[in-house]
Structures are given as C-alpha cells and as structure tokens.
Design a protein around this ligand. Structure first.
Ligand code: S3P
Length: 171
C-alpha cells in the first residue's frame, strides 16, 4: 500500500466527530507512515488553540491559516493527514489534495457524529444556542462536497479499527 501511494498522502476528510484524528493515527501506525493532524499544526503555528483563534481573529483568519497549513503538509510528502472538518470545503485545498494525495471521506450519520461531539465544548462552530441544529445543517451543506473525495468509508459505530481496515482494503 505504501509503495502504491508513492509521494501521495492519505487525507482524511469529514465532519467533526467522524473520527479523522483517531482513525488517522491508527491507520498511519498500521501501514508504517507518519501521521499529522492539521488542526494541531495550525495551533502550533499560531501558538494558540483553535477556539482562541476563532475568538480573537475570527473564522476567516482561521480558514486562511488552514489553507496555508494544508499546502505545506501536502508538500511534505507521504503521510496520513487528518484535516479539520472545514478544510476540504476550500477549493484550492481540494485541488492540492487531488494533486498530492488520496482523499478519504469518513462518512457518518447524524446519530454517530452527535454522540461523539455533544460533550465537546472546544469546537467553536458548535458553541451556540442550538448545536444539534448546527450539526444537521453542516451535514446538509457539506455532504455534497465531501462526496467529491476519492473514497468514501462509512464510519460505523464501534472501534476506529473498523474504519482503518476498511480504508486499507479500499485504497
Ligand atoms: C471545523 C472542524 C474542527 C476545526 C474547527 C472547524 C469545521 O476540526 O478545524 O473547529 O469547520 O468543521 P475537527 O473536524 O477535527 O473537529
């Protein structure tokens, strides 16, 4: 698998709670590639948490940083990259992924996502009066875009190992 990838990275996309980070870390370990989490890279580069970036600089600023970090990560060579849920919405980022990676959408339905994110207060997009409605809206808005990924893996409820094996079987 790693030989077949060549210089391309495996790029995990999907909504918050779809398991991009957990699945990505396990997948990387399993196939012997490095792992990187784009959200963590942005936090390191900015020297502050994603919540603080949103709060102090706004979402547009975050999105611009995200776009630049994605460009760098894709240049750095074959790895498993977990993206933040909004990264794949950016057209330039999608084009870069198409050029230097294989995109994998971890698709999960509302119940699975909601169970995983409902208690997480650190996600700025869900810090509002009706996070459940926000989640439903994001599903509606983003699924057509995530569907452009090279591969779709249905994230079943259960250990992330399941998704890892599905990805290995399909890539
Ligand atoms: C976002 C998802 C988050 C993070 C930011 C915005 C989004 O990443 O990048 O809060 O727009 O869906 P996760 O998908 O890793 O939670």
């Amino acid at each position: 698998l790693v030989r077949a990838l060549g210089r391309r990275s495996i790029v995990l996309v999907g909504l918050m709670g779809s398991g991009k980070t957990s699945t990505g870390r396990r997948l990387a370990h399993r196939i012997g590639l490095g792992f990187v989490d784009a959200d963590s890279e942005i936090e390191t580069a900015a020297g502050m948490s994603i919540s603080d970036i949103f709060e102090q600089h706004g979402e547009a600023y975050f999105r611009d940083g995200e776009r630049r970090i994605m460009a760098r990560l894709l240049e750095e060579g074959p790895r498993v990259i977990a993206t933040g849920g909004g990264a794949f919405l950016n057209e330039e980022t999608r084009a870069r992924i198409a050029g230097g990676g294989i995109s994998v959408w971890l698709k999960a339905d509302f119940d699975v996502l909601w169970r995983r994110v409902r208690k997480r207060s650190h996600r700025p997009l869900l810090r509002n009066a009706d996070p459940e409605q926000t989640m439903r809206l994001l599903i509606e808005q983003r699924y057509p875009v995530y569907a452009k990924a090279d591969l779709t893996i249905v994230s079943r409820d259960g250990p992330h190992e399941l998704a890892v094996e599905d990805i290995i079987a399909e890539v």
